[in-house]
Design a protein around this ligand. Structure first.
Ligand SMILES: [Zn+2]
Length: 158
């Protein structure tokens, strides 16, 4: 049985050691304390050996989507992890620095006079290289903006 992403996120964020039965979907509290004994993997509702840690289920759900089409891999915010406000601060610092890099790159636009002695193709290659550099910074900015939005809203925008 598929447990909804929002349900898993809420369970992990609660810090209450929640497990879910992957067969019937029943939520099991205080799961982690006995996670490794067979008896506690057995669901008290349906009897199947299918209770799984919420964090593990969440990772399985988020990771395939992120690796197949190169979407951003977001950190999971939970009580024992890095605080949300610290992650936001890191993101904002990276974004501010990238904007400075962007401005510096505009100044570093290749001038024809520095390349043409090697032929027209060489100057064109310099322009293409410049476009690639700008594109890399824009891609990074977009990626960190997505991460910042996720950190501020707490939603997985896959
Ligand atoms: Zn069950």
């Amino acid at each position: 049985m598929d447990i909804a992403l929002a349900v898993l996120t809420k369970a992990v964020e609660s810090g209450n050691s929640v497990g879910f039965c992957t067969h019937c979907g029943t939520e099991h509290l205080n799961y982690k304390s006995n996670a490794y004994s067979y008896i506690n993997r057995v669901c008290t509702v349906c009897g199947r050996n299918a209770v799984t840690d919420a964090e593990e289920l969440l990772l399985k759900k988020v990771l395939p989507a992120t690796t197949t089409n190169e979407k951003t891999v977001f950190p999971i915010i939970h009580p024992n992890g890095t605080a949300r406000e610290d992650l936001i601060k890191q993101c904002e610092t990276v974004l501010a620095t990238l904007r400075t890099v962007g401005i510096a790159l505009l100044d570093a636009k290749p001038q024809q006079k520095d390349y043409w002695l090697n032929g027209k193709g060489y100057a064109k290659a310099a322009d293409e290289q410049y476009a690639r550099r700008i594109g890399s910074v824009i891609a990074l900015v977009e990626e960190f903006e997505r991460e910042l939005e996720y950190l501020q809203t707490g939603l997985y925008s896959t």
